[in-house]
Design a protein around this ligand. Structure first.
Ligand SMILES: *Cc1c(COP(=O)(O)O)cnc(C)c1O
Length: 490
């Protein structure tokens, strides 16, 4: 299958590329990204065929349907990364929390956040492609918390790949920071940067755009790639678990084959819910995709009113920091899928020049055929965390945003799958406070409080973090990032 550019082609490169090309160089013409030219079918026939497949068998079936140019041996080895999850047979448990509501837990991998679901196998494939071509790649990530650890974890000790990860000093949770600064591998570099996440991300963008830095990379024979969800290599692995959730409900006799369900996704960069959109479009029986946000509710406005407006907004820090995003990159792939490259370019150009765009009435109607959205504020999320804890289920603040969507956006009597994107241990301070802890202001105290006041266990990869040696103690000013990077690359 070929991949095409979301904003059309500028004539300087081919207008269609293979999967391996799209993942190695994920930037397309006019600042666009790559999207599949067509979609396979994941309708009833595919579902019947995979009714008895385990997760890895289903994953292989999905990957094969996309006819990607990665050999089977590499795919099988990439999927073997799921063997390191808590339950190798089923890396994504589905837990019933209401008669009609089920939580699919996407956080049972090494960094306890859903980023592992895609980054683990994707990172393996990207590294193998780089090695096969004998090319060297640098992957740079600015992270507010979960992307950094998962990116470091997947690429550590992989030949031909170097990863540099920038985080805002003081802007992550203790657990998230420790997950990064204790990673030990020759090919990894982690830097704290003075300033907030926006500053860090802008500094990284400026560096990546600088001619001087590009020349330095060329001199060293290093190419740039990216591992955030603009890379389709991540999205493809985020289609699989939506199909798996559906099949699990059929196997549990909660639904009949063919019955519609709601998919309810805590959204930031829109990668997770985009996977659900592609699955629906390819035939999975989905009534609507529920897009849950926090107070940074730019997606709610888009889906309810057809207006995407960054110009009149400031980013607000919340207790679900992985969803504190205004520029949600993967919306572009939906626009492209529905309205084509020319219109997508027009809308994205408008976003870049005046910070906003508006859809037409027909376009909005088309978006609303697939999506419905709402948002929950921090105090509402804490109330949901407390409510479900009382019923015996502990959820993290990101997952909690979905419970408002569950109550508000499901007019039909259909089953709902909520996607849980982080284990509570990554956001223990918020969770402990929601459960009634007072005087807790760091993760160490919060984890201890939870051990004493709930039946929850803390997995060893979280507990052990506090004893590990710090390997990356650099905290730099923005203007020193480049020099630090060059020292790392030499
Ligand atoms: C990344 C992340 C999200 C947002 O996912 P998108 O695919 O960017 O929409 C939500 N919750 C957690 C915990 C995350 O790490």
């Amino acid at each position: 299958m070929q991949f095409v550019e979301t904003r059309g082609n500028d004539g300087s490169s081919r207008d269609k590329v293979s999967f391996s090309e799209a993942i190695l160089s994920p930037s397309a013409s006019f600042g666009g990204i790559y999207a599949p030219q067509t979609l396979p079918s994941f309708g009833i026939e595919f579902l019947e065929r995979h009714l008895n497949s385990n997760y890895k068998e289903l994953a292989l079936g999905v990957l094969h349907s996309f006819e990607i140019d990665i050999d089977d041996k590499t795919l099988v080895e990439a999927l073997a990364r799921y063997d390191e999850f808590d339950d190798p047979k089923n890396p994504v448990p589905l837990v019933k929390i209401e008669d009609d509501c089920f939580v699919m837990e996407l956080y049972h991998g090494p960094t306890r956040a859903f980023k592992d679901m895609a980054l683990q196998p994707f990172g393996y494939i990207l590294a193998k492609e780089a090695q096969k071509r004998d090319e060297n790649y640098l992957i740079m990530a600015a992270t507010s918390g979960d992307t950094g650890p998962a990116t470091l974890e997947t690429f550590k000790n992989q030949d031909n790949i170097r990863v540099a990860c920038l985080y805002p000093h003081g802007g992550t949770s203790d657990v998230q920071r420790l997950q990064m600064v204790t990673e030990e591998a020759e090919n990894l570099k982690v830097m704290g940067v003075h300033g907030n996440f926006d500053d860090t991300q802008n500094n990284l963008k400026a560096l990546l755009a600088s001619k001087e830095f590009k020349a330095e990379l060329e001199e060293r024979n290093i190419k740039l790639s990216a591992a955030n969800s603009v890379n389709f290599g991540r999205i493809i692995f985020q289609i699989i678990y939506h199909i798996h959730a559906y099949l699990e409900l059929v196997r549990m006799a909660e639904i009949e084959m063919g019955e519609n369900i709601y998919l309810n996704v805590p959204s930031g960069n829109f990668g997770n819910v985009l996977g659900g959109y592609y699955a629906k479009k390819a035939g999975l029986p989905v009534e609507k995709l529920l897009v849950a946000s926090n107070i940074n509710n730019i997606l709610t406005d888009l889906i309810e009113k057809g207006v995407y407006d960054m110009a009149n907004r400031e980013l607000i820090k919340t207790e679900s920091p992985a969803m504190d995003i205004l520029k949600s990159s993967n919306v572009e792939r939906v626009l492209f899928d529905k309205f084509g490259g020319e219109r997508t370019k027009e809308l994205m150009d408008s976003l870049n020049s005046i910070g906003r765009y508006s859809l037409t009435t027909e376009e909005l109607a088309s978006i609303q055929e697939d999506f419905v959205a709402t948002y929950a504020e921090d105090d509402e999320c804490e109330a949901y965390i407390a409510k479900y804890a009382q019923q015996g289920y502990i959820m993290d603040p990101h997952t909690a945003t979905c419970m408002k969507a569950y109550e508000k956006c499901t007019p039909k009597d259909l089953k709902v799958v909520v996607y849980s994107t982080a284990e509570w241990t990554k956001f223990s301070t918020t969770v402990a406070r929601a459960l009634g802890a007072t005087d807790i202001d760091n993760d160490t105290e919060a984890l201890e409080w939870m051990k004493n006041n709930s039946s929850q266990k803390v997995p060893k990869m979280i507990d052990g973090l506090f004893l590990k040696e710090i390997k990356h103690s650099n905290v730099v000013d923005a203007e020193d990032i480049k020099d630090e990077m060059l020292r790392f690359l030499n």
